[in-house]
Design a binder for this molecule. Structure first.
Ligand code: ASP
Ligand code: MG
Length: 456
Protein backbone atom coordinates (compact mmCIF):
# COMPACT_ATOMS: atom_id res chain seq x y z
CA UNK A 1 0.00 0.00 0.00
CA UNK A 2 1.30 3.43 -0.83
CA UNK A 3 0.55 7.03 0.10
CA UNK A 4 0.51 9.46 -2.81
CA UNK A 5 0.67 13.14 -1.96
CA UNK A 6 -0.04 15.87 -4.50
CA UNK A 7 0.89 19.45 -3.68
CA UNK A 8 -0.24 22.90 -4.75
CA UNK A 9 2.17 22.96 -7.67
CA UNK A 10 0.34 19.90 -9.08
CA UNK A 11 -3.04 21.56 -8.60
CA UNK A 12 -3.18 24.80 -10.54
CA UNK A 13 -5.94 24.18 -13.10
CA UNK A 14 -8.77 21.86 -14.05
CA UNK A 15 -6.39 20.16 -16.45
CA UNK A 16 -3.98 19.54 -13.57
CA UNK A 17 -6.73 17.93 -11.49
CA UNK A 18 -7.51 15.71 -14.46
CA UNK A 19 -3.84 14.68 -14.88
CA UNK A 20 -3.50 13.90 -11.18
CA UNK A 21 -6.70 11.87 -11.28
CA UNK A 22 -5.34 9.89 -14.25
CA UNK A 23 -2.12 9.16 -12.33
CA UNK A 24 -4.17 7.93 -9.40
CA UNK A 25 -6.33 5.82 -11.69
CA UNK A 26 -3.30 4.23 -13.36
CA UNK A 27 -1.75 3.26 -10.04
CA UNK A 28 -2.51 -0.41 -9.58
CA UNK A 29 -1.34 -0.65 -5.94
CA UNK A 30 -3.67 -0.04 -3.06
CA UNK A 31 -3.31 3.65 -2.32
CA UNK A 32 -4.35 6.51 -0.14
CA UNK A 33 -4.21 10.05 -1.46
CA UNK A 34 -3.16 13.15 0.50
CA UNK A 35 -3.91 16.49 -1.07
CA UNK A 36 -2.94 20.06 -0.44
CA UNK A 37 -4.94 23.09 -1.51
CA UNK A 38 -5.16 24.55 -4.99
CA UNK A 39 -1.99 26.46 -5.87
CA UNK A 40 -1.86 29.83 -4.08
CA UNK A 41 -5.07 29.44 -2.07
CA UNK A 42 -3.43 29.20 1.37
CA UNK A 43 -1.42 32.29 0.43
CA UNK A 44 -4.61 34.18 -0.45
CA UNK A 45 -6.18 33.28 2.90
CA UNK A 46 -3.02 34.11 4.79
CA UNK A 47 -2.66 37.47 3.08
CA UNK A 48 -6.25 38.35 3.94
CA UNK A 49 -5.73 37.53 7.63
CA UNK A 50 -2.38 39.24 7.73
CA UNK A 51 -3.72 42.43 6.21
CA UNK A 52 -6.02 42.90 9.17
CA UNK A 53 -8.43 44.99 7.09
CA UNK A 54 -11.51 43.05 8.03
CA UNK A 55 -14.63 44.57 6.47
CA UNK A 56 -17.83 43.27 4.87
CA UNK A 57 -16.55 44.29 1.49
CA UNK A 58 -13.19 42.58 1.75
CA UNK A 59 -14.91 39.39 2.93
CA UNK A 60 -17.15 39.49 -0.14
CA UNK A 61 -14.14 40.03 -2.39
CA UNK A 62 -12.24 37.18 -0.83
CA UNK A 63 -15.11 34.72 -1.02
CA UNK A 64 -15.92 35.60 -4.62
CA UNK A 65 -12.25 35.29 -5.57
CA UNK A 66 -12.09 31.80 -4.03
CA UNK A 67 -15.37 30.86 -5.64
CA UNK A 68 -14.14 31.93 -9.09
CA UNK A 69 -10.87 29.98 -8.74
CA UNK A 70 -12.52 26.76 -7.61
CA UNK A 71 -15.51 26.82 -9.93
CA UNK A 72 -13.28 27.40 -12.93
CA UNK A 73 -11.14 24.41 -11.98
CA UNK A 74 -14.20 22.32 -11.38
CA UNK A 75 -15.64 23.21 -14.78
CA UNK A 76 -12.51 22.01 -16.56
CA UNK A 77 -11.95 18.95 -14.37
CA UNK A 78 -15.34 17.26 -14.29
CA UNK A 79 -17.33 16.40 -17.41
CA UNK A 80 -20.39 14.68 -15.97
CA UNK A 81 -23.08 17.25 -15.32
CA UNK A 82 -24.64 15.71 -12.21
CA UNK A 83 -21.25 15.27 -10.59
CA UNK A 84 -20.32 18.79 -11.49
CA UNK A 85 -23.46 20.17 -9.84
CA UNK A 86 -22.89 18.04 -6.75
CA UNK A 87 -19.34 19.31 -6.28
CA UNK A 88 -20.35 22.89 -7.04
CA UNK A 89 -23.02 22.75 -4.33
CA UNK A 90 -20.45 21.38 -1.91
CA UNK A 91 -17.95 24.14 -2.71
CA UNK A 92 -20.52 26.87 -2.34
CA UNK A 93 -21.69 25.55 1.00
CA UNK A 94 -18.11 25.31 2.30
CA UNK A 95 -17.42 28.85 1.19
CA UNK A 96 -20.58 29.91 3.00
CA UNK A 97 -19.16 28.46 6.22
CA UNK A 98 -15.86 30.20 5.64
CA UNK A 99 -17.71 33.46 5.05
CA UNK A 100 -19.52 33.09 8.39
CA UNK A 101 -16.22 32.45 10.14
CA UNK A 102 -14.75 35.60 8.62
CA UNK A 103 -17.76 37.58 9.77
CA UNK A 104 -17.19 36.19 13.24
CA UNK A 105 -13.67 37.56 13.18
CA UNK A 106 -14.92 40.91 11.88
CA UNK A 107 -17.61 41.42 14.51
CA UNK A 108 -15.68 40.06 17.46
CA UNK A 109 -12.64 42.09 16.36
CA UNK A 110 -10.56 39.15 17.41
CA UNK A 111 -8.55 36.54 15.57
CA UNK A 112 -7.44 33.74 17.86
CA UNK A 113 -4.81 31.16 16.88
CA UNK A 114 -7.54 28.57 16.86
CA UNK A 115 -9.71 30.47 14.38
CA UNK A 116 -6.71 31.30 12.23
CA UNK A 117 -5.81 27.63 11.81
CA UNK A 118 -9.39 26.77 10.97
CA UNK A 119 -9.63 29.51 8.32
CA UNK A 120 -6.31 28.57 6.72
CA UNK A 121 -7.40 24.93 6.44
CA UNK A 122 -10.09 25.70 3.85
CA UNK A 123 -7.85 25.38 0.78
CA UNK A 124 -7.40 21.65 1.40
CA UNK A 125 -11.09 21.04 2.11
CA UNK A 126 -12.05 22.64 -1.18
CA UNK A 127 -9.45 20.84 -3.28
CA UNK A 128 -10.33 17.42 -1.83
CA UNK A 129 -13.93 18.01 -2.80
CA UNK A 130 -12.96 18.74 -6.42
CA UNK A 131 -10.56 15.80 -6.60
CA UNK A 132 -13.20 13.36 -5.33
CA UNK A 133 -15.53 14.58 -8.09
CA UNK A 134 -12.80 14.33 -10.73
CA UNK A 135 -11.99 10.76 -9.73
CA UNK A 136 -15.63 9.73 -9.73
CA UNK A 137 -15.86 11.23 -13.18
CA UNK A 138 -13.16 8.71 -14.16
CA UNK A 139 -15.13 5.95 -12.45
CA UNK A 140 -12.90 5.67 -9.43
CA UNK A 141 -14.84 5.15 -6.25
CA UNK A 142 -13.23 7.95 -4.23
CA UNK A 143 -14.19 9.14 -0.74
CA UNK A 144 -13.11 12.50 0.67
CA UNK A 145 -11.96 12.61 4.30
CA UNK A 146 -11.06 15.59 6.44
CA UNK A 147 -8.03 14.93 8.58
CA UNK A 148 -9.49 16.70 11.62
CA UNK A 149 -12.54 14.51 11.38
CA UNK A 150 -10.86 11.10 11.25
CA UNK A 151 -8.50 11.40 14.19
CA UNK A 152 -5.23 12.90 12.95
CA UNK A 153 -4.51 14.04 16.50
CA UNK A 154 -1.76 16.55 17.22
CA UNK A 155 0.04 18.07 20.17
CA UNK A 156 -2.24 21.09 19.78
CA UNK A 157 0.45 23.61 18.89
CA UNK A 158 -1.50 26.00 16.65
CA UNK A 159 0.25 26.95 13.44
CA UNK A 160 3.01 24.39 13.79
CA UNK A 161 1.63 21.21 15.34
CA UNK A 162 3.18 17.75 15.33
CA UNK A 163 1.12 14.59 15.09
CA UNK A 164 0.83 12.17 17.99
CA UNK A 165 1.77 9.20 15.88
CA UNK A 166 0.55 6.33 18.05
CA UNK A 167 -2.90 7.90 18.47
CA UNK A 168 -3.19 8.63 14.76
CA UNK A 169 -2.24 5.03 14.06
CA UNK A 170 -5.00 3.68 16.31
CA UNK A 171 -7.58 6.10 14.93
CA UNK A 172 -6.84 5.59 11.25
CA UNK A 173 -6.18 1.88 10.86
CA UNK A 174 -9.73 0.60 11.30
CA UNK A 175 -11.42 3.36 9.35
CA UNK A 176 -9.13 3.21 6.35
CA UNK A 177 -9.11 -0.57 6.21
CA UNK A 178 -12.88 -0.50 6.15
CA UNK A 179 -12.74 1.94 3.21
CA UNK A 180 -10.30 -0.37 1.41
CA UNK A 181 -12.60 -3.32 2.07
CA UNK A 182 -15.36 -1.44 0.30
CA UNK A 183 -12.92 -1.01 -2.61
CA UNK A 184 -12.89 2.75 -2.31
CA UNK A 185 -9.96 5.15 -2.61
CA UNK A 186 -9.58 7.55 0.33
CA UNK A 187 -8.62 11.17 -0.42
CA UNK A 188 -7.48 13.00 2.70
CA UNK A 189 -6.82 16.68 3.36
CA UNK A 190 -3.15 17.41 4.08
CA UNK A 191 -1.78 20.31 6.13
CA UNK A 192 -3.68 19.82 9.39
CA UNK A 193 -5.02 17.56 12.08
CA UNK A 194 -6.73 18.52 15.31
CA UNK A 195 -6.06 18.70 19.03
CA UNK A 196 -7.73 16.39 21.54
CA UNK A 197 -10.81 18.63 21.59
CA UNK A 198 -11.22 18.42 17.84
CA UNK A 199 -9.95 21.94 17.07
CA UNK A 200 -8.08 22.18 13.77
CA UNK A 201 -4.31 22.59 14.11
CA UNK A 202 -1.99 23.24 11.16
CA UNK A 203 1.34 21.48 10.62
CA UNK A 204 2.95 24.69 9.34
CA UNK A 205 3.33 25.90 5.76
CA UNK A 206 3.91 23.08 3.29
CA UNK A 207 2.57 20.77 5.97
CA UNK A 208 0.91 18.32 3.62
CA UNK A 209 4.28 16.63 2.99
CA UNK A 210 4.36 15.91 6.69
CA UNK A 211 0.69 14.77 6.58
CA UNK A 212 1.66 12.20 3.96
CA UNK A 213 4.35 10.67 6.13
CA UNK A 214 2.16 10.75 9.25
CA UNK A 215 -0.51 8.83 7.34
CA UNK A 216 2.13 6.50 5.89
CA UNK A 217 3.27 5.78 9.44
CA UNK A 218 -0.25 5.22 10.73
CA UNK A 219 -1.07 2.71 8.00
CA UNK A 220 2.33 1.00 7.72
CA UNK A 221 2.63 2.04 4.09
CA UNK A 222 5.26 0.39 1.90
CA UNK A 223 6.05 3.69 0.22
CA UNK A 224 5.23 7.38 0.45
CA UNK A 225 5.27 9.25 -2.85
CA UNK A 226 5.43 13.02 -2.78
CA UNK A 227 4.56 14.56 -6.13
CA UNK A 228 6.10 17.90 -7.08
CA UNK A 229 6.98 19.71 -10.28
CA UNK A 230 10.69 18.86 -10.00
CA UNK A 231 12.55 15.53 -9.86
CA UNK A 232 13.61 15.87 -6.27
CA UNK A 233 16.51 17.01 -4.17
CA UNK A 234 19.27 18.70 -6.14
CA UNK A 235 22.98 19.14 -5.66
CA UNK A 236 22.31 22.86 -5.25
CA UNK A 237 19.54 25.41 -5.85
CA UNK A 238 19.10 25.45 -9.66
CA UNK A 239 18.10 29.11 -9.37
CA UNK A 240 21.75 29.84 -8.56
CA UNK A 241 23.55 27.18 -10.56
CA UNK A 242 21.97 26.01 -13.79
CA UNK A 243 23.72 22.67 -14.08
CA UNK A 244 22.53 21.50 -10.66
CA UNK A 245 21.76 17.79 -10.77
CA UNK A 246 19.02 15.69 -9.23
CA UNK A 247 20.17 13.40 -6.43
CA UNK A 248 18.95 9.85 -7.02
CA UNK A 249 19.35 8.44 -3.52
CA UNK A 250 19.52 10.01 -0.09
CA UNK A 251 19.55 8.57 3.39
CA UNK A 252 16.91 9.73 5.87
CA UNK A 253 19.53 11.78 7.71
CA UNK A 254 20.69 13.51 4.54
CA UNK A 255 17.15 14.40 3.51
CA UNK A 256 16.26 15.53 7.03
CA UNK A 257 19.31 17.80 7.25
CA UNK A 258 18.54 19.31 3.86
CA UNK A 259 14.88 19.85 4.66
CA UNK A 260 15.62 21.24 8.10
CA UNK A 261 18.07 23.88 6.98
CA UNK A 262 17.54 25.17 3.54
CA UNK A 263 16.08 23.00 0.79
CA UNK A 264 12.48 24.12 0.36
CA UNK A 265 11.40 20.90 -1.28
CA UNK A 266 10.07 19.12 1.82
CA UNK A 267 8.39 20.23 5.02
CA UNK A 268 11.19 20.00 7.61
CA UNK A 269 9.58 17.26 9.71
CA UNK A 270 8.54 14.97 6.85
CA UNK A 271 11.32 12.46 7.48
CA UNK A 272 10.65 11.97 11.17
CA UNK A 273 7.66 9.55 11.03
CA UNK A 274 9.25 7.63 8.16
CA UNK A 275 12.50 6.85 9.97
CA UNK A 276 10.54 5.36 12.84
CA UNK A 277 9.10 2.67 10.57
CA UNK A 278 11.77 2.67 7.85
CA UNK A 279 9.24 3.61 5.18
CA UNK A 280 10.90 4.81 1.96
CA UNK A 281 9.97 8.12 0.37
CA UNK A 282 10.10 8.93 -3.31
CA UNK A 283 9.78 12.37 -4.83
CA UNK A 284 8.00 12.25 -8.18
CA UNK A 285 7.77 14.85 -10.92
CA UNK A 286 4.33 15.47 -12.37
CA UNK A 287 5.93 16.71 -15.61
CA UNK A 288 7.89 13.50 -15.97
CA UNK A 289 5.88 10.84 -14.13
CA UNK A 290 7.84 7.83 -15.32
CA UNK A 291 11.23 9.18 -14.30
CA UNK A 292 12.77 8.14 -11.02
CA UNK A 293 12.98 11.08 -8.64
CA UNK A 294 14.95 11.23 -5.41
CA UNK A 295 14.51 8.09 -3.32
CA UNK A 296 15.01 8.48 0.41
CA UNK A 297 15.47 5.46 2.64
CA UNK A 298 17.55 3.91 5.41
CA UNK A 299 20.56 3.07 3.24
CA UNK A 300 23.64 5.11 3.86
CA UNK A 301 25.62 5.29 0.64
CA UNK A 302 29.04 6.40 1.72
CA UNK A 303 31.07 6.66 -1.44
CA UNK A 304 34.40 8.20 -2.35
CA UNK A 305 32.66 11.51 -2.88
CA UNK A 306 30.49 11.85 0.19
CA UNK A 307 29.16 15.37 -0.46
CA UNK A 308 25.66 15.07 -1.90
CA UNK A 309 24.28 18.59 -1.77
CA UNK A 310 24.98 22.17 -0.80
CA UNK A 311 21.98 23.89 0.78
CA UNK A 312 21.58 27.32 2.25
CA UNK A 313 19.07 29.61 3.89
CA UNK A 314 18.97 33.32 4.58
CA UNK A 315 15.86 32.85 6.71
CA UNK A 316 18.05 32.54 9.73
CA UNK A 317 19.33 34.84 12.46
CA UNK A 318 21.50 34.52 15.53
CA UNK A 319 21.64 35.77 19.08
CA UNK A 320 24.93 35.84 20.93
CA UNK A 321 24.80 35.83 24.70
CA UNK A 322 28.08 36.85 26.25
CA UNK A 323 29.32 36.48 29.81
CA UNK A 324 32.40 35.25 31.65
CA UNK A 325 32.07 31.56 32.50
CA UNK A 326 28.73 31.26 30.75
CA UNK A 327 29.85 28.07 29.06
CA UNK A 328 30.52 26.08 32.21
CA UNK A 329 28.14 27.56 34.74
CA UNK A 330 25.45 24.91 35.34
CA UNK A 331 21.94 25.81 34.31
CA UNK A 332 22.58 28.90 32.20
CA UNK A 333 21.99 27.20 28.88
CA UNK A 334 18.89 25.45 30.25
CA UNK A 335 17.47 28.73 31.50
CA UNK A 336 18.03 30.49 28.18
CA UNK A 337 16.55 27.68 26.15
CA UNK A 338 13.52 27.22 28.38
CA UNK A 339 12.75 30.96 28.43
CA UNK A 340 12.55 30.93 24.66
CA UNK A 341 10.88 27.57 24.14
CA UNK A 342 8.15 28.38 26.64
CA UNK A 343 6.98 30.96 24.08
CA UNK A 344 6.80 28.15 21.48
CA UNK A 345 9.81 29.47 19.61
CA UNK A 346 11.99 26.82 18.11
CA UNK A 347 15.76 27.15 18.49
CA UNK A 348 17.39 25.61 15.43
CA UNK A 349 20.85 25.18 16.83
CA UNK A 350 23.02 26.12 19.80
CA UNK A 351 26.77 26.64 19.78
CA UNK A 352 28.51 27.27 23.10
CA UNK A 353 31.95 28.34 24.23
CA UNK A 354 33.35 29.39 27.61
CA UNK A 355 32.23 32.98 27.18
CA UNK A 356 29.42 32.90 24.65
CA UNK A 357 26.28 30.99 23.76
CA UNK A 358 25.03 31.41 20.22
CA UNK A 359 21.48 30.55 19.26
CA UNK A 360 20.35 30.08 15.68
CA UNK A 361 16.68 30.67 14.98
CA UNK A 362 14.24 31.54 12.22
CA UNK A 363 14.51 35.21 11.31
CA UNK A 364 10.87 35.79 12.16
CA UNK A 365 11.48 34.92 15.81
CA UNK A 366 14.57 37.05 16.27
CA UNK A 367 13.12 40.22 17.76
CA UNK A 368 10.76 38.38 20.09
CA UNK A 369 13.51 36.07 21.34
CA UNK A 370 15.87 38.98 21.81
CA UNK A 371 13.24 40.81 23.86
CA UNK A 372 12.60 37.74 26.01
CA UNK A 373 16.29 37.32 26.79
CA UNK A 374 16.75 41.01 27.51
CA UNK A 375 13.86 41.05 29.94
CA UNK A 376 14.97 37.96 31.90
CA UNK A 377 17.79 38.64 34.30
CA UNK A 378 20.04 35.66 33.86
CA UNK A 379 23.08 35.61 36.10
CA UNK A 380 26.51 35.89 34.43
CA UNK A 381 24.97 37.25 31.20
CA UNK A 382 26.75 40.49 30.42
CA UNK A 383 25.74 41.37 26.94
CA UNK A 384 23.31 40.15 24.26
CA UNK A 385 23.73 40.80 20.53
CA UNK A 386 21.48 39.95 17.61
CA UNK A 387 22.27 39.62 13.94
CA UNK A 388 19.90 38.93 11.07
CA UNK A 389 22.25 39.57 8.20
CA UNK A 390 23.58 36.08 8.16
CA UNK A 391 23.19 33.08 5.89
CA UNK A 392 23.66 29.46 6.75
CA UNK A 393 25.32 27.02 4.38
CA UNK A 394 24.99 23.28 4.82
CA UNK A 395 27.26 20.73 3.20
CA UNK A 396 25.34 17.49 3.38
CA UNK A 397 26.35 13.89 2.83
CA UNK A 398 26.64 10.71 4.89
CA UNK A 399 30.20 10.17 5.98
CA UNK A 400 31.50 13.68 5.41
CA UNK A 401 32.79 13.71 8.96
CA UNK A 402 34.71 10.48 8.34
CA UNK A 403 36.77 11.73 5.44
CA UNK A 404 39.54 14.21 6.05
CA UNK A 405 39.79 17.48 4.18
CA UNK A 406 36.14 18.10 3.31
CA UNK A 407 35.65 21.09 5.60
CA UNK A 408 39.07 22.44 4.67
CA UNK A 409 38.21 22.35 0.97
CA UNK A 410 35.02 24.32 1.56
CA UNK A 411 36.79 26.86 3.77
CA UNK A 412 39.65 27.32 1.33
CA UNK A 413 37.46 28.11 -1.64
CA UNK A 414 35.44 30.67 0.26
CA UNK A 415 38.56 32.18 1.79
CA UNK A 416 39.96 32.63 -1.73
CA UNK A 417 36.91 34.81 -2.40
CA UNK A 418 37.64 36.78 0.78
CA UNK A 419 34.46 35.54 2.41
CA UNK A 420 34.62 35.38 6.15
CA UNK A 421 33.20 32.37 7.98
CA UNK A 422 31.64 33.63 11.19
CA UNK A 423 30.68 30.34 12.76
CA UNK A 424 31.03 26.63 12.17
CA UNK A 425 29.17 23.62 13.42
CA UNK A 426 30.59 20.21 12.65
CA UNK A 427 30.03 16.83 14.23
CA UNK A 428 26.57 17.46 15.63
CA UNK A 429 25.27 15.42 12.72
CA UNK A 430 27.06 12.63 10.88
CA UNK A 431 25.63 13.89 7.64
CA UNK A 432 26.16 17.67 7.68
CA UNK A 433 28.55 20.55 8.27
CA UNK A 434 27.08 23.97 8.81
CA UNK A 435 28.63 27.35 8.66
CA UNK A 436 27.52 30.93 8.82
CA UNK A 437 28.61 33.78 6.60
CA UNK A 438 27.36 37.27 5.86
CA UNK A 439 24.24 36.98 3.73
CA UNK A 440 25.50 39.42 1.06
CA UNK A 441 28.10 36.86 0.03
CA UNK A 442 25.84 33.87 -0.21
CA UNK A 443 25.68 33.49 -4.01
CA UNK A 444 29.44 33.67 -4.41
CA UNK A 445 30.03 31.21 -1.60
CA UNK A 446 27.51 28.70 -2.96
CA UNK A 447 28.98 28.86 -6.46
CA UNK A 448 32.52 28.28 -5.21
CA UNK A 449 31.63 25.42 -2.92
CA UNK A 450 29.47 23.71 -5.50
CA UNK A 451 32.25 24.00 -8.09
CA UNK A 452 34.76 22.54 -5.66
CA UNK A 453 32.72 19.44 -4.87
CA UNK A 454 30.85 18.78 -8.10
CA UNK A 455 32.90 20.13 -10.99
CA UNK A 456 36.46 19.50 -9.99
N1 ASP B 1 -1.58 24.47 1.45
C1 ASP B 1 -0.61 24.50 2.50
C2 ASP B 1 0.46 25.54 2.21
O1 ASP B 1 0.41 26.18 1.16
C3 ASP B 1 -0.03 23.17 2.79
C4 ASP B 1 0.82 22.59 1.69
O2 ASP B 1 0.79 23.06 0.56
O3 ASP B 1 1.51 21.61 1.94
O4 ASP B 1 1.33 25.74 3.01
MG1 MG C 1 2.47 23.56 -0.94
Amino acid sequence: MKVMKFGGSNLRSGKDFRSVAEIIKNETDKKIIVLSGVYGVTDILQRYLHNGKYAEKSINNLISKLQTIHLKILKNAIENNDLSIEVKTNIISRLKKLERLLHGVLYLKELTDRTKDLILSYGERLSVSIMVGTLRDLEINAVGLESDNIGVITDGNYGNASAILSTVETNLKKQINQIFKEEKTPIITGFFGCNKNGDTTLFGRNGSDYSASVIGYALDADLVEIWKDVNGFMTVDPGIIKDAKTIDYLSYEEAAELAYFGAKILHPRTIDPLIKKQIPLEIKNINNPDAQGSIINGKKNIGKKPVKSIAFTTDIACIKIHGGGIGYKPGVLGEIVSNISSKKINIKSVITSQTCITLLLDKKYLQQSYNILRSEKISTVENIEKNDEIALIAIVGEGINKQYGIAARAFNVVADKKINIEMISAGASNAAYYFIINQNQINDAIKEIHREFFNS
